[in-house]
Design a protein around this ligand. Structure first.
Ligand code: COA
Length: 372
């Protein structure tokens, strides 16, 4: 066990989004067998750790998320869910969120310096999996001298991490809340991910991943985000928001963005590439694709058998990436194994993105589960 959290000097680092706290994790062996050395984990905390260290809510972020889950600097992506008096009440809970291994908001990833060469890893960064992300977080928990988390919560790729946490370290948490996620990534999601990946790989500015300090394959990456944004939402929402509306003063032209929906997607593409690293995106997409709770464990049921925590699943009826029938399968298997599990199924036009938007629906369920 490490020195314990209170004895550790907190170092900080600047990221594109602001300053962040940094934990020196050291060396870790990956699922592939390869080693990463000098690993750093960027993290944020909200609220106060109780003297008995029994009030920790560990948050896992999604594909292009970061450690800034709450607060205003920068605005947290779950700040409507987490904060003083909010559904995850930081007057009671000590909330921790780390940037995932392979990410680009301060944690070691492809844009970090490779100790052996003194240059950014680029595409020489080793392949990582969701299990590697979780292992890094668990090492940090242990190095902080903690032996129990009250709850773990996350959506999408964050939800995959929650499930892996519950299977890999079942004794480490009391409650787990996987949202908009299931035991494996669907074929449809793998398919869309590959279209996004190919778009990045086809951009000559990728330069085999060695584009730093230039921003890299902005065009290919923004197209990948546009594809992603289509899958995160539903036809119902796109119809209701944009329909066939044209941009102001626009005639239909051949190559211009003339429809509002085009304008929206292009805007979202440009917004992401401004804050995220394309190499990281490639690595995290692959980690997402490879997620399969049953891999090397004798199947999904054998993996689920290990779980000890109380579980609250949140599923969204029209989620294109993590179909709700996949989530129901996991929940039914857990029930048949005698585990304590609830499923809250939400019907939302936001589809997969509901976990980032529908706080008034999801929040009360999360609060009740945490308080139960
Ligand atoms: N043309 C150009 N821009 C437009 C537009 C149009 N027709 N319509 C809206 N926008 C812009 C708005 O000006 C606003 O800009 P800002 O973010 O700079 O303020 C932005 O689009 C609003 O985005 P929208 O998606 O409508 O907001 P929302 O409240 O519905 O959802 C998020 C917020 C953060 C969830 C969403 O924007 C997002 O990023 N979704 C993807 C998250 C994700 O990665 N999910 C998958 C996890 S695996």
């Amino acid at each position: 066990m490490g020195k314990g959290m209170s004895d550790m000097a907190i170092t900080e680092k600047s990221t594109k989004l602001g300053t962040t706290k940094l934990h020196q994790l050291g060396s870790m062996q990956l699922e592939s067998g390869r080693w990463l050395h000098g690993v750093e984990i960027a993290y944020e905390t909200y609220g106060t750790l109780s003297p008995s260290k029994d009030n920790i809510v560990w948050v896992c972020h999604a594909l292009t998320g970061d450690q800034y889950a709450a607060g205003d600097h920068p605005p947290g992506w779950w700040s409507n869910l987490i904060g003083p008096g909010r559904y995850v009440d930081t007057n009671r809970f000590f909330v921790v969120c780390t940037n995932v291994l392979g990410g680009c908001s301060g944690t070691t990833g492809p844009s970090s310096t490779q100790p052996e060469t003194g240059k950014p890893y680029g595409l020489r960064f080793p392949t990582i999996t969701i299990r590697d992300m979780v292992k890094a977080q668990q090492m940090m928990v242990r190095q902080w001298g903690l032996d129990k988390l009250y709850a773990i919560i996350g959506g999408s790729v964050g939800g995959m991490q929650v499930l892996e946490w519950a299977v890999m370290y079942p004794e480490l948490m009391e409650k787990a809340i996987p949202m908009a996620t299931s035991s494996r990534l669907s074929a449809m999601a793998i398919a869309y991910n590959d279209v996004g990946r190919q778009s990045i790989l086809a951009d000559p500015d990728l330069m085999d991943g060695d584009y730093y300090p230039e921003p890299g394959p902005l065009k290919g990456f923004s197209i990948a985000r546009m594809i992603g944004m289509i899958t995160y939402r539903t036809q119902e929402l796109y119809d209701a928001r944009f329909g066939r509306e044209l941009k102001e003063d626009h005639e239909i032209t051949q190559f211009d963005s003339t429809f509002q929906v085009e304008s929206y997607l292009r805007y979202q593409g440009e917004k992401l590439v401004d804050r995220f690293d394309a190499n990281s995106y490639l690595y995290l997409l692959k980690a997402m694709d490879s997620h399969d709770l049953g891999r090397h464990r004798g199947g999904v049921e054998a993996a689920l058998e290990k779980i000890q925590s109380n579980m609250l699943f949140v599923g969204v009826t029209d989620d294109l990436l993590y179909p709700v029938n996949h989530i129901r399968e996991v929940v039914d298997t857990l029930r048949s194994l005698g585990k304590k599990v609830d499923l809250y199924e939400l019907d939302s036009p936001f589809g997969h993105d509901a976990f980032l938007v529908e706080f008034d629906e999801i929040g009360p369920e999360v609060k009740a589960f945490l308080n139960s």
